[in-house]
Design a protein around this ligand. Structure first.
Ligand code: HMG
Ligand code: MG
Length: 295
C-alpha cells in the first residue's frame, strides 16, 4: 500500500496546511501501520502552493527505519531538493495524454521523458529509488478516451529508464473494472505485472471495483488516501483517491494482510478532516461508527 494523502490529497485542497499538521498526519499514518508514504512534492510552489514546505516536512520526519517517505519530483531541480533533505525514494510523473501533460507539467510527453533521463541517472548514481506515474491511464479531462496502447508505451519507457514500479493513474476516476482489466493486460504485455501499481480516483465510485479488477489481473501494489482525500489541481472535477480505509477492508477480507490497524487509521482520517474543515470520511469509517452506536 502506498499512502498518498499527504501529497495527492493535500495538493488539491483549497487551504494549505502548515508543516506541523502534515507531519502529524504522516506520523499518525505510520502509527496506524502504513510503511510507504508520499510526504509531498518538490514542484513549483507557483503551480501547486499546497506542496510548499515539503522540504521542512521531510526534514522533521527524518527517514525512520522500515518507513519510506517519498516525494514527487518533476525535474532535476526537484530531485536535488529531495536529496538535500535525505529522501531515499522519489517519483517522476508522466501522462498518457498530450493535453494533460501540457496542463500539468507544461511540456509534451516526449519532453517529459527526456527530462526524466537525467533524473533517473542521478538517482541511480546516489542510490535513490525512483517510482513512475502515468496519469490519465483510463481517460483524460481534456481529450477524453485514452487507448491502453498509449499508456503501455509510456509505462514501458519509464520502466526501461529505470523506474522500479509504475503506478497507473486513473487521474479523473472515470475507469470501470472492464477498462482496468484491459489496461493491465496491455501494460503487463510489455513490463512485468510485479512492476505495476494501481492508482484509482473515486469520482464515479468505481475505485474499489477497479482495485479488484487490477488485483485479479495480478497487481499487488495500490495507492490510496486516508478518508479518500485527493484530486488533482490540473484535472477539473476529479475527486479523491480510493480511501485507505476501503482498501484495507477490501484486502483484509480477502485474506491479504495489510499490517494496518483500521481503528487507528479511521482516527487519522477524523483528524485530517477536522484540520481541513472537511465533511469527509470513508464509507468504511461511517459503517464502523454506525455499528458501534448499535452495539
Ligand atoms: P515551468 O514553468 O515550465 O518550469 O514549470 P520552468 O523550468 O520554466 O521554471 C519556472 C519556474 O519554476 C522557475 O522559477 C523554476 O525555478 C521553478 P522562477 O525562476 O520563475 O522563480 N521550478 C521549480 N520550483 C520548485 N521545484 C521544482 C521546480 N522546477 C522549476 N522542481 C514544472 C514546469 C514541472 C516545474 C511545473 O509545471 C510544475 O511544478 N508542475 C507540477 C504539477 C503538479 O504537481 N501536479 C500535480 C501532481 S501530478 C498528479 O496529481 C497525478 C498523480 O496523482 C497520478 C494520477 O492521479 O494520475 C501523480
Ligand atoms: Mg492522483
Amino acid at each position: 500500500m502506498v499512502e498518498v494523502s499527504a501529497r495527492d490529497g493535500l495538493q488539491n485542497e483549497a487551504r494549505s496546511l502548515p508543516v506541523e499538521t502534515r507531519v502529524a498526519l504522516l506520523e499518525g499514518l505510520v502509527a496506524a501501520g502504513l510503511r510507504t508514504l508520499e510526504a509531498g512534492a518538490f514542484v513549483s510552489p507557483r503551480w501547486v502552493p499546497q506542496m510548499a514546505g515539503t522540504d521542512e516536512v521531510l526534514r522533521r520526519l527524518g527517514q525512520p527505519a522500515g518507513v519510506t517517505y517519498s516525494a514527487l519530483v518533476p525535474n532535476l531541480q526537484g530531485l536535488d531538493a529531495a536529496l538535500a533533505v535525505g529522501c531515499r525514494e522519489v517519483a517522476v510523473f508522466a501522462a498518457a495524454s498530450e493535453a494533460f501533460s501540457r496542463k500539468n507539467i507544461n511540456c509534451s510527453i516526449a519532453e517529459s521523458l527526456e527530462r526524466f533521463g537525467p533524473v533517473l541517472a542521478k538517482a541511480r548514481e546516489v542510490g535513490v529509488a525512483v517510482r513512475g506515474y502515468v496519469s490519465c491511464a483510463l481517460g483524460c479531462p481534456f481529450s477524453g478516451e485514452v487507448a491502453p496502447g498509449d499508456v503501455a508505451r509510456v509505462t514501458t519507457a519509464l520502466h526501461e529508464m529505470g523506474c522500479y514500479e509504475i503506478s497507473l493513474g486513473d487521474t479523473i476516476g472515470v475507469g470501470t473494472a472492464q477498462a482496468t482489466s484491459r489496461l493491465i493486460a496491455a501494460c503487463a504485455a510489455e513490463v512485468p505485472v510485479s512492476a505495476l501499481a494501481g492508482h484509482f480516483h473515486d469520482t464515479y465510485g468505481m475505485a474499489v471495483a477497479n482495485v479488484q479488477a487490477a488485483l485479479e489481473a495480478g497487481v499487488r501494489v495500490f495507492d490510496s488516501s486516508v478518508s479518500g482525500l485527493g484530486g488533482c489541481p490540473y484535472s477539473p472535477g476529479a475527486t479523491g483517491n480510493v480511501a485507505t480505509e476501503e482498501l484495507v477492508y477490501l484486502l483484509e477480507h480477502q485474506g491479504l494482510a495489510t499490517g494496518v490497524d483500521l481503528e487507528r487509521l479511521i482516527e487519522v482520517g477524523v483528524f485530517i478532516d477536522s484540520q481541513l474543515q472537511r465533511v469527509g470520511g470513508s464509507r468504511v469509517a461511517k459503517a464502523i461508527k454506525a455499528r458501534q452506536c448499535f452495539s
